[in-house]
Design a protein around this ligand. Structure first.
Ligand code: PEP
Ligand code: MN
Length: 337
């Protein structure tokens, strides 16, 4: 439920409602808007009826939240959320760009990517240190050594760093080095992991599972938000379909749909979403045009030599050109990039 306070409701009245909500066994989450404050009462709504909050002092109205996801819904928070960490911002008119290699392979490789990302105008550096690979015989990542390289790249370039956390046992370790915790597509419904990152102070980039519906995706985000971490970005990275001309099928309509349903920023991954280098620039441009709040793009100094996902990685020149094209679109639609 959403308790809409009267304009000019006092701090004391707001605190009283928060206390009442907690007494009812629900979680209170207050959003102070420019015109009025709303206090969300989230939890098992069967245990209480709207009427019990309606009579509180300073209460204007009590409304149900119809969506099954509460904290993530536009009903609760109509204004778009902007996620901000260090140099990186995404949402509410700003397009954030995360670029870097699929896997961190060496200091030389990562630093070259960091410098190229920065000079082309990206605001965050990606790089996998713990890699979820389809085959157990494939390169599994540099693990903590890779995280240390990311932290060094942040010191040199000032870029925020984004990396995947694969299991609950490594959340503290990854959070020690990373600015943004990435939850991979394969882990979208790993609920204990979602709760664990929800208990950190790091923003989370949640990737859509390749066979997850939008509702499942938003409920996965809800697991993180429900633990108190409000900085969640949703990443559309393509779904599994019958089609095989691309690695996955990348539905850009997800941006439009998600913007209708949620205030959370939506990031598009044209690299995994297509699986082909030649398709990445056009899909990145299209993503910005349709209103994406961010892009995550794989790049490599020598894509041919990459230890993972080289076939979908851009080289530095391709990345710089893609950025120029995207920036033109962003400025045409009144966004900062
Ligand atoms: C990645 O970003 O390199 C990755 C493994 O992505 P996904 O989880 O979307 O497959
Ligand atoms: Mn990859």
């Amino acid at each position: 439920m959403i308790v809409v306070m009267e304009p000019g409701a006092t701090d004391e009245q707001i605190r009283h409602i928060e206390d009442r909500i907690q007494q009812l066994g629900l979680k209170a989450h207050t959003i102070r808007g420019t015109e009025r404050t709303v206090v969300a009462a989230v939890g098992d709504e069967r245990i209480t009826k709207p009427e019990v909050l309606e009579t509180g002092p300073g209460v204007a109205q009590v409304l149900p939240i119809l969506a099954p996801y509460k904290f993530a819904s536009r009903e609760l928070k109509p204004e778009p959320t902007q996620v901000q960490v260090g140099s990186f911002r995404a949402g509410a008119g700003v397009v954030g760009v995360i670029a870097g290699p699929c896997s961190i392979e060496s200091e030389e490789q990562l630093m070259a990517c960091a410098r190229a990302a920065k000079s082309a105008g990206a605001t965050a550096l990606r790089g996998g240190a713990f890699k979820p690979r389809t085959s157990p015989y494939s390169f599994q990542g540099m693990k903590e050594d890779g995280l240390k390289l990311l932290a060094a790249a942040r010191v040199e370039t000032g870029l925020a760093v984004v990396t995947e956390v694969m299991g609950t046992e490594s959340v503290d370790l990854v959070a020690k080095y990373a600015d943004v915790l990435q939850i991979g597509a394969r882990n979208m419904q790993n609920y204990r992991l979602l709760e664990a990152v929800g208990n950190t102070t790091r923003p989370v980039l949640l990737k859509r599972g390749p066979s997850a519906t939008m509702e499942e995706f938003l409920l996965a985000a809800e697991y993180i938000l429900n633990e108190g971490n409000q900085n969640v970005m949703l990443c559309e990275r393509g779904i599994r379909t019958f089609e095989n001309h691309t690695r996955f099928t990348l539905p850009l309509a997800s941006v439009t749909y998600l913007h209708r349903k949620t205030h959370l920023p939506v990031v598009i991954d044209p690299s995994h979403g297509t699986g082909h280098t030649y398709m990445v620039p056009d899909m990145a441009v299209a993503a910005v045009a349709i209103g994406a709040d961010g892009l995550i793009i794989e790049m490599h100094p020598q894509p041919e030599q990459a230890m993972s996902d080289g076939y979908q990685s851009l080289d530095f020149a391709q990345f710089a050109e893609t950025m120029q094209r995207c920036r033109k679109i962003a400025s045409a639609i009144g966004k900062t990039m």
